[in-house]
Design a binder for this molecule. Structure first.
Ligand code: PDD
Length: 284
């Protein structure tokens, strides 16, 4: 089946969809994005993603070409048209096409693109019971990681470094402290306390992070928002990541050292279960 994608107001077969070669997203990575998961044909935390999108756009002084209600409608129509049961919806907004110039165009006409990725059984990833291995790498990204831009070359390189080392992902380290994973937020658990870096310009303010920390606090778990080092993580009882595509995923090895028992721990399993249950209940 040919996928239906959305480009600037039109629903089109994927091979008929076009974006200009002069698009600033292509030429300057002058673009922001969101990835929203779909479970059982419904959107997980659409509101959170739409709110972060509006913030990313405003931080870059980029006009928002679509109202929240209309954006929800586009997401729903793509889920329907592509028969998505479980999967992801990718959304990108760029500053649009303009003659190549570093300065922003005075009258930008943003480009908006959305497409779906079908991932049957997205919430049943076997990695949740085996856990993932991560390596640490230096964080070489720009300083405004709280803005969800499409500048993903270094995170892509990080995934390749992990792959080359026989691991699944990389945790990035700046000034001796872990910032986040290449496409996820990073956590450790020690003596029942969940520890994750505080919000700031250094990390993406994960939508899954926000929900997971709220559910953890509601379940009377202790949460500490502060930086941690790789050494501290290696001595932790458990470790995990969160993102819209992996939800809550255990980490069982960091730089070759087993975490805790070397198997996914109880806190992570419980958080994953609560997160999936609660987000399914409020999915739209
Ligand atoms: N990545 N940190 C980074 C650097 C990310 O790229 C992501 C998401 C997260 C987690 O954010 P959220 O919980 O809102 O998904 C943290 C998406 C999934 C991606 O690029 O595919």
């Amino acid at each position: 089946m040919t996928r239906t994608v959305y480009v600037n107001g039109d629903y089109l077969p994927e091979d008929e969809a076009k974006v200009s070669v002069f698009d600033r997203g292509f030429l300057f990575a002058d673009a922001v994005y969101e990835v929203t998961s779909v479970l059982g044909g419904k959107l997980i935390d659409f509101d959170g993603h739409a709110t972060r999108l509006a913030r990313s756009l405003s931080e870059l002084d980029m006009p928002n070409p679509i109202a929240k209600e209309d954006l929800l409608e586009v997401h729903r129509e793509l889920v329907r048209a592509n028969g998505i049961e479980d999967g992801l919806i990718y959304l990108q907004i760029t500053r649009g096409a303009a003659d190549r110039d570093f300065a922003f165009p005075e009258d930008p006409k943003p480009t908006i693109v959305l497409f779906t990725q079908s991932k049957p059984g997205l919430a049943d990833n076997p990695m949740a019971s085996t856990g993932m291995k991560v390596i640490s790498i230096e964080d070489q990204r720009w300083g405004r990681r709280d803005i969800k831009t499409v500048q993903l070359l270094y995170p892509s390189m990080g995934k390749m470094m992990a792959k080359a080392a026989g691991a699944h992902d990389a945790w990035m380290v700046e000034d001796g402290e872990v910032t986040e994973g290449t496409s996820n937020n990073a956590y450790i658990v020690k003596n029942g306390r969940i520890i994750t870096r505080h919000l700031g310009h250094e990390i993406l303010h994960g939508i899954t992070r926000k929900a997971v920390l709220r559910f953890a606090r509601e379940a009377q778990m202790e949460v500490e928002e502060r930086p941690f080092t790789i050494e501290e993580a290696q001595e932790a009882d458990e470790a995990f990541i969160t993102s819209a595509s992996s939800f809550v995923m255990p980490v069982v090895e960091i730089d070759g050292k087993a975490i805790g028992t070397g198997k996914p721990g109880r806190t992570v399993a419980r958080l994953r279960e609560i997160y999936l249950d609660e987000s399914r209940k409020t999915a739209v």
